[in-house]
Write a protein that binds this ligand. Sequence first.
Ligand code: DQA
Length: 139
Amino acid sequence: MNILILNGPNLNFTGQREVDVYGLESFEQILVELQKYFPGYSFELFQSNHEGELIDKLHRFIIYDGVVINAGALSHYSYALYDALRFVTIPTVEVHLSNVFKREAFRHQSVISAACDGVIAGFGKWSYFLAVEWIKNHA
Ligand code: DQA
């Protein structure tokens, strides 16, 4: 199983930015843990601060068995990502580290959710583990 972890803007600073909200671990560390937790799975982490690069990556979904996407702030307004996700036919889970519903009102809406199979938010790094667990059971 080949899982794409697709992270959007600012998530490259996870572990350093707003650590009270996003936690102290970097994605490099989280990836090592995911690899241990799901032996036999291969994970590709792709992070970009650019909407178009995330879309280009989604266009190549065919080489993966599942996508875990945290589009960061783009989740709240990117119709281009929504359209790209509608094109994806493999299991796709939207995740957020933080509980977006406990935060500012603009974070309460995600325009990409309707193009994903499900949404997991608020469990820190565990949001990603739960998403992979679902993909594993769904496949
Ligand atoms: C986030 C929540 C978004 O609102 C925010 O813009 C992020 C991170 C999360 O993982 O909690 O960059 O997607």
